[in-house]
Design a protein around this ligand. Structure first.
Ligand code: NI
Length: 181
């Protein structure tokens, strides 16, 4: 396994639509997934999408979370060619970050519950329902596959701040000005 360089905001690979994985069993795909697992672990994020390591393919990783949203130690969920569908119309706001936009956070609305479908790294169908933070990470990572970064999802352009100013973002999020339609 090798650590891969993470593409940062401004690199065009983050803005293009990634293509479907045609053959999950290709050695290059297997190597890419192993490297993404190691890169995510090293970076300490909640998820990563293949375009973030300069591979424009529809592959995402999402860490398994335990109580209190702490990452569990085992391998993350690996989903190839994922499709998401909102369950219900309820959306909620939370503060999000991205490994490709280090040090910056934003208040982003996401569907509270989504259904995911795709295949795992062995080509087996993988689907389920996700809610809360797990659903949020899935939506964030699938956005990466469509060339969408979280600033595009801001309700207000000023809902973004440096991590050091997070407290102000939290105050802002609680303020009455925020509505999710
Ligand atoms: Ni991201």
């Amino acid at each position: 396994m090798t650590l891969r360089k993470i593409a940062r905001l401004g690199h065009p690979v983050l803005l293009e639509r990634a293509r479907e994985v045609a053959d999950h069993d290709e050695p290059e795909i297997r190597r890419l997934i192993d490297d993404m697992i190691e890169t995510l672990r090293d970076a300490g994020g909640f998820g990563i999408a293949a375009p973030q390591v300069h591979a424009a393919l529809r592959i995402i990783l999402v860490v398994h979370l335990e109580e209190g949203n702490r990452p569990r130690g085992d391998d993350p969920l690996v989903l190839l060619n994922p499709i998401l569908e909102p369950v219900g119309s309820e959306r909620e706001l939370a503060i999000e970050g991205c490994l490709s936009i280090p040090g910056i956070r934003g208040i982003i609305p996401r569907y509270r519950v989504v259904r995911y479908d795709g295949i795992d790294r062995d080509g087996k169908p993988l689907s389920g329902e996700a809610s809360g933070l797990f659903a949020r990470i899935l939506q964030h990572e699938v956005d990466h596959l469509d060339g969408i970064l979280f600033p595009e999802r801001l309700v207000h352009p000023c809902d973004m701040a440096f991590e050091s100013e997070r407290k102000h973002l939290e105050d802002r999020m609680r303020s009455a000005n925020h509505h999710v339609e």
